[in-house]
Design a protein around this ligand. Structure first.
Ligand code: COA
Length: 317
């Protein structure tokens, strides 16, 4: 039996930081409101000439170094992103070019904030069916590119960044399970309305925050149960919750469902905001670098996002 295991983790954040205090200058909002309603204090933002593939490339290099394998050993590249450099080619192809890797398949996955879980699920299945051995998975987004900074209802949430893992074939079980889901019924609650880029129509995020909040909390409750039941595990078996960072109150609700103290939740939302597909691998890297997450620990990763899409991964590091 072939299993897949994470052998390297890396991340990258653009240098520029946008604080709540700076947002106060241009929006009818306050640091106090943003902090208490979302948990966010600041987020990183790309420069005009900085592309999603630049962030993804830096995160990928860090993961490859940490895995201690040559880039030429990678035989599949998957990038989860909603903010590609161009409509085509894919960010994955641009990352492949920047890494100097030739002749391996490379493609993007678009599942918005659940993109990293989707990519992990696809890569796990490639490995388990012996179709790939070393997969580079990147979650990368430049959400500031699709944010309307005059709309206080959601511009305060988003940030930019990238996180990457190397998932490799192993005789040890690293990925215990993945579960991915979608329901396209509520498209209008969270979307970028553009249908034709030839028209000068809106290309920024529109969101009904309170509706999304309610559906996210209920759905995340269900996926926690689904992951535990599928693996015959108990809540207390989980060492760390490594969640998509959407809102501190959503994280607290999931921790409560798991009867888990917030001490066991990796929280980066205060410093990163919601970086969409990048947020889980960024949180994973943060948890490892801060010596919280250690080899052998059992991690529950979960995400909910536009589509709606949602999913979980149970991972033994
Ligand atoms: N600053 C100050 N006031 C604001 C504000 C801001 N940035 N944004 C909204 N408000 C106001 C609203 O106008 C409203 O005022 P009113 O009561 O006078 O009408 C009030 O705050 C409450 O608005 P509401 O939208 O109900 O706030 P909320 O508690 O739901 O928080 C979000 C808003 C966006 C932070 C929250 O709904 C959220 O995080 N939703 C989930 C978003 C998400 O996770 N999306 C991505 C999924 S991956």
């Amino acid at each position: 039996m072939i299993f897949s295991k994470i052998i390297g983790v890396g991340s990258f954040l653009p240098k520029k930081v946008l604080t709540n205090r700076e947002l106060e200058k241009t929006l009818d909002t306050t640091d106090e409101w943003i902090t208490s309603r979302t948990g966010i204090k600041e987020r990183h933002i790309v420069e005009p000439n900085e592309l999603t593939s630049d962030l993804a490339f830096e995160a990928a290099k860090n993961a490859i170094n940490q895995a201690n394998i040559g880039a030429n050993k990678i035989d599949l590249i998957i990038v989860a992103t909603t903010t590609p450099d161009k409509i085509f080619p894919s960010v994955a192809c641009n990352v492949q070019k920047k890494l100097g890797i030739k002749n391996c398949p490379a493609f993007d996955i678009q599942a918005v904030c659940s993109g990293f879980i989707y990519a992990l699920s696809v890569a796990d299945n490639f490995i388990k069916t012996n179709s790939a051995t070393n997969v580079l998975i990147v979650g990368a987004d430049s959400m500031s590119r699709i944010t309307d900074y005059s709309d206080r209802s959601n511009s305060i949430l988003w940030g930019d960044g990238a996180g990457a893992v190397i998932l490799s074939a192993s005789n040890k079980q690293g990925i215990l399970s993945t579960h991915i889901h979608a329901d396209g019924q509520h498209e209008e609650l969270l979307h970028v309305p553009t249908t034709n880029i030839k028209d000068n129509t809106q290309q920024t995020i529109e969101m009904n925050g309170s509706q999304v909040f309610k559906i996210a909390v209920n759905t995340l409750d269900q996926i926690v149960d689904e992951a535990l039941i599928a693996n015959n595990l108990k809540k207390e078996d989980i060492d760390w919750l490594v969640p998509h960072q959407a809102n501190i109150r959503i994280l607290e609700a999931t921790a409560k469902k798991l009867e888990m103290s917030m001490e066991k939740v990796i929280v980066t939302i205060d410093r990163h905001g919601n970086t969409s597909a990048a947020s889980i691998p960024l949180a994973l890297d943060d948890g490892i670098k801060s010596h919280k997450i250690k080899e052998g620990h059992l991690l529950l990763m979960e995400a909910f996002g536009g589509g709606f899409t949602w999913g979980s991964a149970l991972v033994r590091l």
